[in-house]
Design a protein around this ligand. Sequence first.
Ligand code: GLU
Length: 501
Amino acid sequence: MTAMKKLSPARVRFAPSPTGRTHLGSGRTALYNYLLARQTGGQFILRIEDTDQKRYVPGAEEELMDSLRWLGLEWDEGPDIGGPYGPYRQTERREIYQQYARQLVESGHAYYCFCAAAADAAPRARRPHKHRDICPDREIPLAEADARRAAGEPHVVRFKMPSEGTITVTDALRGDITVENANLDDTILVKSDGLPVYHLAVVIDDHLMKITHVFRTSEWLPTFPLHGHIYNALGWEQPVWVHPSIFLKPSGKGKMSKREAAELTQDGLSIFITDLRDFGYLPEAVINWIALMGWGYDDHSDFFTLEELIEKFSIEKLNPSPAAINFSKLDHFNGLHIRRLDVADLAGRLRPFFERAGYVVDDEEKLRQVAAALQVRLVTLAEAPEKAGFFFRDDISPEPESLIGKNMTAAESLTMARRIYDLLAGLPDFSEERASQPLRDLAAELGLKAGHVFGFLRNALTAQKVSPPIFETMTIIGRPTVMKRLEHAIAVLEKLVAEEL
Ligand code: GLU
């Protein structure tokens, strides 16, 4: 419909490092990539950036794929499914990087550095000088460096950063960024273990995989100029760079720490995608929520499905300022997306939550009816067992006191209970149309409020203070169980009355 449709097919990638759990920030980066790929009829590629073996976390890759699939962001090429530009796991591309590193050395843009192989791990801040100014290896003739390498001397490959001039790189959200080369240094490109660092691998892979747009968070802005240098040194054309901001913690003050993230999880909230799934959020809601943390369509629309986002997304409407994580918005979106699910779909999504809470859900029709009754009431799917577990229980045990009406004695409550029982036994069904008026008339006849009658029914039938509307509840529970639960409640009241005498 718009100019966006005319964009040529984008090849984009989500390139996580398997160093921890998949959080909202990764989810959003993956989403923006996915949206652009689907909107333009291009490809969404999953690439695993695992060259930092020290930070590798076993299982992270599986969790990552699980998270993406749950969000509905299927990739077109990736380590599990292959593709024409593989391998898609960086540790399997070692020779490719070495070949280009060699090319950079031969063209004079990089050099073998022997002096500081051990400095691989030295934190930057503690180094007083620029490496460029103190390294004796910068000007070693290539033949000599090769001989030392062949003799097994440990070494790294460093970028040979010019000490003068400037470099300009362009971010689609922030425009041109120009820095003085004097402020940059001879960054390590290949470590002494022969594996490249991110800066080299990302450039090579994005080029070889024909990536057209790179979405990655603003944390990469400081090293962005280096990437520009490497592209120039290799003589390659750069992709469109997009650096959305990182998320701030709910207070808006800074990035969430690992400890804060763990604390949050104890409160039933989380920044991790698979936790949100387990806490009963819908992928549709998470997608809607994260899409809007850094992008907006206009100032009044906030409900979007994935299909709508594919149609409406545009880089121009991304917002470079950081967004604070707002969990009440997630609740809001979850409610909205739950309401628009087809009832059978909702039922299917509720089932595991009931089962995990220990309920046996063997009656498909009943589950569907429960889903319909809960649909307007749920914030998360995880609330369902607490709100509606009584539908799937054979027996319930209401607190005896809960069966006694406000300002009533046990004997009065028993009388009321017996009359309610008789009344319901004589009704053809428990629909609101049929049952409401007779029950109200009964309350009036007994000099009680309608609330007394309905309160008793709720406690006797659900053993809960809140439940879906009582007529709907009775209909789903079904006549035999309604009568059985009322008989049980009457027996409880009889016992109370006997004890009072
Ligand atoms: N592996 C990097 C990370 O996880 C990816 C950055 C990028 O997308 O280029 O942060």
